[in-house]
Design a protein around this ligand. Sequence first.
Ligand SMILES: [Zn+2]
Length: 321
Amino acid sequence: MTQLFQSMADLSHVRFSAYRTAMKSRRLQKALCLDLLELSIAQSVFDQHKLTHNGQLLEIPGIINCLCTIYRELQQVHPDLVNVPLCVDLCLNWLLKVYDSDRSGKVQVLSMKIGLFSLSKGPLKDKYKYLFAQVAGAAGICNQRQLALLLHNSIQIPHQLGEAAAFGGRNMEPSVRSCFQNVGRDDVIELQQFVDWMHLEPQSMVWLPVLHRVAAAETAKHQAKCNICKECPMVGFRYRSLKHFNYNVCQMCFFSGRISKDHHLSYPMVEYCTPTTSGEDVRDFTKVLKNKFRSKKYFTKHPRLGYLPVQTILEEEHSET
Ligand SMILES: [Zn+2]
């Protein structure tokens, strides 16, 4: 575990906290083999262990029992990848680090579920559904306190990676307000309203959708040349300028903030984690046509934020898009 966290030091060159946190989370997810865990399998193991009361506190033997079932299931499908005793030990260690920092030897069922669901594999929308279901009442709706519980448990993951400050700290109130304001009511929200808000990628939760894109980008190959380091084809994320035709930046150059002389940081770029479709190429071409004669001043005045900002005490974080 110590080695894993030490190995994350090489990600410090990534200037943007959402990407950096997502990349750290991805390494953690793989080390714990949770990238192999389907959401539905996790759910069925929780049911099997009768972990239905999310407020219940689970002691270490209970956590180990549940993790043993999870990793035995994973080992059956991936015998070469999963070492059950090692995975159980690592995952237990991680859960205690994240949700039992004063080492009382107990973790709330809700925390364990949110932690494991957050790093499981599966479509992002399904993940939001599973996460929401953990705090929603029987009617499938969620009040402000319940949403705060969900966000609080999720933000512990980047917090443990030393990254919470960039996501509004541990105060969930601004995020809860942002979600309910987006819905336009203050009593309860439904699943779809939560999903719609999550699609805006709110600052406190942005690391989670970015984690999914980081995973998708790992194997992506783009038939384009990086205008800075000349890598071709580009592997990983591809950033295409919406100001200049045929201007692309690879993941390494983008993360380290490298730009060429004629490209200003305020110019709009679009991120691709998978190779572009012809529809996306046409859409971007039209955007470049519109932006071609717009000045640097225009883009500084009309910034395109990459995520939905929530009020934070760290004002300088607003400048990062
Ligand atoms: Zn490059």
